[in-house]
Ligand binder design. Structure first.
Ligand code: BGC
Ligand code: BGC
Ligand code: BGC
Length: 461
């Protein structure tokens, strides 16, 4: 099938100063995830996921929408691969929907599910784009949730079985495997605060979800090593913590939030065991688990969006040892998230300082921003704020590399505007605008900017 390269209709950015040179072999990419783009949620034997169940529950998603159709990528993947080829990216990070592979989360693979990713991977390779596969981006089979989800230890073993099935089929062609996407967000929003699927509000009683995800990661690393020679990693999200206030209680709040967001999923991965988490039920950690979790990885995926402001809880009965507070003095995205490129450098140099030689090479597996992008009368989509956001963050990243942090790639979130979880279709993160009524894709100004930067960026030898 031939698909024409996308026509670049959006205006060019005002001239920007070319980016500095990045290390030889630096990977330029973009990211997406299955539930956010694929649609076709009941086609070809796909089972239900917790996100199907959650989004179909009234009151969970701000605009009442679901991922039933999303970007219809399941049917339009060839057009989307052409968009990737037009960008000139080295790599495309997508996620595999577990319920397409195992509709009930266990047992034999659904061959139609595997066939979809097989076609996707082959069409990427035909266009010279390396496939980077995330195995879990929050869409747990509902049947496993009914048996306890990530609160149940058994889910870790099921995850490793699923990883083996996918690697058995795609292991000869995937350039990088990432086990989990942002287990912190899945634990805290999904099982702690209830704003994401599966919608549970357990606060610190969600700790088993952290441990079982990490155990699943470790078991999946072993399964992937057995099935493929490809490099293996995990994606965490990190946020530098800014404390507002200067009391001892404020500093304790900072340390507590830092432990939860930045250390809980990294200390054990890098062989240090868990940080102190008050209220965490340590009995879920069995002998040998920490060794399984600390299996060597080739890449640490780092997602960065924004720093987080905290101070001591104002309510002494608060279930959390900190209050999250807005950070003043930064421009914000349409999500209200503060834009702080220096935070990226800070977190990278912080990881290096904290973990030293234990730190594997890093790839920035997500970075990006949402703005209220619209199509103008000429049919164009001009998003200068996104160009500025990416430009600033790539320069900050470059400074971190010059500071000695081993960072080998950057993936923009996202290729397409898509289903932004609890925000539905109200937040647009794409380099490509999607009209969700017609599925028309329009490359934004930022798409042309990123394409030109990738083409122009030299390499440091
Ligand atoms: C950040 C979190 C923050 C949340 C809400 C996420 O992108 O990573 O640190 O608490 O947004 O602002
Ligand atoms: C997630 C994406 C999400 C993005 C923007 C990341 O936390 O991995 O799925 O769309 O943030 O919120
Ligand atoms: C948003 C999610 C997002 C998460 C992590 C939340 O505030 O509702 O859509 O994925 O932050 O960045």
């Amino acid at each position: 099938m031939t698909v024409p390269l996308p026509e670049m209709t959006s205006p060019p950015p005002r001239t920007t100063v070319p980016l500095p040179d990045f290390p030889a072999g630096f990977v330029w990419g973009v990211s997406t995830s299955a539930y956010q783009i694929e649609g076709a949620t009941s086609q070809d034997g796909r089972g239900a996921s917790i996100w199907d169940r959650f989004a179909h529950t009234p009151g969970t998603v701000v605009d009442g929408s679901t991922g039933d159709t999303a970007c219809d990528h399941y049917h339009r993947y060839a057009e989307d691969v052409a968009l990737l080829a037009g960008l000139g990216v080295d790599a495309y990070r997508f996620s595999v929907a577990w319920p397409r592979i195992q509709p009930d989360g266990t047992g034999q693979a659904n061959s139609d599910g595997l066939a979809f990713y097989d076609r996707l991977v082959d069409s990427l390779l035909a266009r010279g784009v390396d496939p980077v596969a995330t195995l879990f981006h929050w869409d747990l089979p509902q049947a496993l949730e009914d048996k306890g989800g990530w609160l149940a230890r058994d889910t870790a073993g099921r995850f490793a079985d699923y990883a083996a099935l996918v690697a058995g089929r795609l292991g000869d062609r995937v350039a990088l495997w990432l086990t989990l996407n942002e287990p912190f967000v899945h634990m805290s929003y999904g099982y702690g605060l209830g704003t994401h699927a599966p919608g549970q509000t357990r606060f610190f009683d969600a700790f088993p979800v952290a441990h079982h995800q990490l155990l699943g990661h470790g078991l999946a690393v072993a399964a992937l090593r057995a099935a493929t020679g490809g490099p293996v990693g995990i994606t965490n999200n990190y946020s530098p913590v800014r404390v507002l206030g200067d009391t001892d209680a404020d500093h304790l709040a900072r340390a507590a939030y830092h432990a939860l967001h930045n250390r809980l999923f990294t200390d054990p991965l890098l062989g240090r065991g868990y940080p102190e988490i008050p209220g965490a039920d340590a009995t879920v950690v069995h002998p040998g688990d920490l060794d399984t979790i600390a299996a060597p990885i080739d890449v640490l995926g780092v997602n960065y969006y924004n720093p987080t402001g905290v101070r001591a809880p104002s309510d002494p009965d608060s279930p959390l040892p900190f209050d999250l507070v807005p950070l003043d003095g930064y421009p914000t995205t349409s999500f209200g998230w503060p834009v702080d490129p220096e935070g990226l450098r800070e977190l990278l140099t912080g990881l290096r300082a904290e973990y030293g030689d234990r730190l594997p090479p890093i790839q920035i597996t997500e970075g990006g921003c949402s703005y209220d992008d619209t199509i103008d009368e000429q049919g164009r989509c001009h998003d200068p704020e996104r160009v500025a956001y990416l430009d600033g963050h790539l320069r900050a990243l470059h400074r971190a590399i010059v500071d000695g942090v081993d960072v080998r790639g950057y993936y923009v979130w996202s290729l397409l505007d898509n289903f932004e979880w609890a925000e539905g279709y109200t937040k647009r993160f794409g380099l490509v605008h999607v009209d969700f009524d017609t599925q028309v894709r329009t490359p934004k100004t930022s798409y042309g900017w990123y394409r030109d930067q990738i083409a122009a960026t030299g390499t440091l030898e």
